[in-house]
Design a protein around this ligand. Sequence first.
Ligand code: SAM
Ligand code: SF4
Ligand code: F3S
Length: 442
Amino acid sequence: MNQKIFIKTFGCQMNEYDSNRIYDTVKKIGYFKTDNYEDANCFLLNTCHIRDKAKEKVYHEIGRVKKSFRLKKKPLIIVAGCVAQAENQEMLKREPFIDLVIGPQSYHKINDTILDYIKKNKKIEETEFDVVSKFDYLSKIKNDSGKVSSFLTIQEGCDKFCHFCVVPYTRGPEYSRPFKQILSEAKYLIDNGTKEIILLGQNVNAYNYQGLKLSNLILEIEKFSKIKRIRYTTSHPKDMTDDLIEVYKTSKKLMPLIHLPVQSGSNKILNLMNRKHNIEEYLKIFDNLKKINFNIEFSSDFIIGYPGEEDQDFENTLELIRKVKFINSYSFIFSPRPGTVAADLKLIDKKISMKRLEKIQNLLFENQISKNKYLKNKIINVLVENLTEDKTKVFGRSEYMTSVIFNGKKEDIGKIVPVEIREINRSTLFGISTINSNQRVA
Ligand code: SAM
Ligand code: SF4
Ligand code: F3S
């Protein structure tokens, strides 16, 4: 009998990629994807540990599933991802409804783990760091989760140890996948309809496989004639090397939006965070890229209220935002994480952090709105991804990742269509297709 698996994914794009690869893997043992968890015989939670409450969210979610299955046969419950890595055995002890706990570097063992569990009915925790075997295994399983825009993980883990962050502990040391393995996955995705590849890694620009870097990978993927757009995320300023900056001069397919988290505009705070770069170095990258192409835009992550952040430090962050005019950015209040250096530092007053968060978000929203307003009545290129839910329009993305909805057709999916923007809000642009018109594309 075919089994049905439902995966609920939290956290970053790498978790999303992993969830899709798990779907590709478990169908080999007869577990097929369902979009309705009440139909599932197997429920997998792919978790994120980046901020507090992550763990509680897992138990809350399991409580919900428990309730729904009260009068039915208990589904197989698997907890995967970064909380699984951080909490492992403890989870099995605290919540008997959980059957298996699998860390992010052990997914290649998921089929054996499930089969073993079914055979012996014994709970299993699998949280070894075995990243080489993981990607060796995954390269033999076809990536059938590709869409018009597909994720492709090329790098995992982190050696940087920012004082606030759990990633080096949950994902392990930096590892770069073999160059050819990535190209063959890219080819498979492209042969199956992918038009945009988003290269992923916790430190994607630290990619280095026997001297081959992210810049080499971009230029190689670009050679596939059917690929239209290439992006990469998330980058660390320290790894924004000259070769990568130079690619922006030659590449025709690399998109002009760079997600380059800075966290704070204050050198004092960057130092306390152990970020290994300062604002002057960050602005140098900004200047160099703007010189190559003035249309390149930056997005970023900000941590507000890091221990030691004073009014002046926060002002410096606002000043940086005014200078760089970040779009599409994320900002969160510092959340102390167990096991990290910053876990026990003295927190600043919550009310002050909240006020600062509101201020920074308003400024980031203003940037976004003014960028979107500027596009009104202009024509932009949109890569069409799918029909809207009511099927009357199509959804796609601009070169800057902004959502665009317009009067396209099903046949437009996978194509780049020039769209004249008529209406905007902070997150979405609305327009009409200008195909057949001779207007210039912005
Ligand atoms: N490697 C990337 C970098 O260094 O920029 C970031 C990866 S991390 C998964 C994504 C974002 O989560 C970080 O840029 C940071 O802003 C945020 N983050 C990480 N730990 C945090 C914490 N303890 N509290 C609040 N935000 C946090
Ligand atoms: Fe976390 Fe810092 Fe590594 Fe990014 S570079 S994943 S923020 S430790
Ligand atoms: Fe979260 Fe792990 Fe990604 S902690 S942000 S799922 S690397």
